[in-house]
Design a protein around this ligand. Sequence first.
Ligand code: CU
Length: 121
Amino acid sequence: MRGILAALIAVAGVIGATPSSRAHAFLDHASPAVGSSVPASPPAVALWFTQDLEPAFSGVMVTNEAGQRVDLGNAQISQGSPAELQVGLKPLPPGTYLVSWHVVSVDTHPTEGTFTFEIKP
Ligand SMILES: [Cu+2]
């Protein structure tokens, strides 16, 4: 038992010493900000992740309350900013919008999530 415990502590020590090797691409922040209200239709949604992204397997979609897509379908990793994903938006009326993202980080780990923002009336 004591041997197993020692081994576990040794493994934990190795993992703790190399945090970058176990990091995945999680959403760091976004514009419009997660859960925020904005006064006018933004031209695009931008998402910044905690790790660089694999362009071929990363995307983002924006839908309105009726579930209809309102983005321009042009999601792309920003040039010179490999941890930033952007997608253009149609001119939008006031309402609540759902941003759904899925990305694969350069360490090949997939992550996904959603958040909403509101355009005020
Ligand atoms: Cu990872």
